[in-house]
Design a binder for this molecule. Sequence first.
Ligand code: ASP
Length: 206
Amino acid sequence: MDSERNCGCVAALENVKNPIKVAREVMETPHILIAGEGANEFAKSRGFQHFNPRTERATKAWEKVKERLKKRDLPDWAKKWEDYEPVDTVGVAAMDSKGRFATTNSTGGTTFMLNGRIGDTPVIGAGLYAAEKGAVSATGVGEEIVRIVLSKWVYDRIAEGLHPQDACDSSLKFFEKEMPTGIIAVSEDGYGVSCNTKMAWWAREG
Ligand code: ASP
């Protein structure tokens, strides 16, 4: 998503090396979000090659999850995601030299979820948001982030004049400590990065 509110998202996309590049292609169509088989077909039609993203580390993590499933050792939802297993989300919020903003993100999702589940990451306003005053990207438990419409909430605080750091910090009040959440944002005033566990880093300024 960019300053002009151009949006492009894909969800439940398989076997593509760079899903963000496919999302960028969606931005060139009249659509905002394409999911599942339609997204796979769209990627193929735009020339994206078949790619198996499974690494050794991911395979090991998958085996662990399968073992737990066999033993019916499932997360205790009542304990509010204590057992949450993140699957490596990346996000970025950026401003260029002309003061224009853009944001994007990508995730493997969250384990122990039903097939077909879509979290916050490709949902505009939840996992990401950008407009003329700034850009925001979030990570954490998708369902909780969607409920708050977290990225739009942070953006609105920035648009009201709050520094991105203060906007990010104050957004954590919506999440209990055991609910891992991270948020990054940028505006003309600078940038912000907040998390309640070690899960959001500001990678590079400039
Ligand atoms: N937000 C992602 C999801 O719920 C996971 C994450 O950010 O780690 O799918």
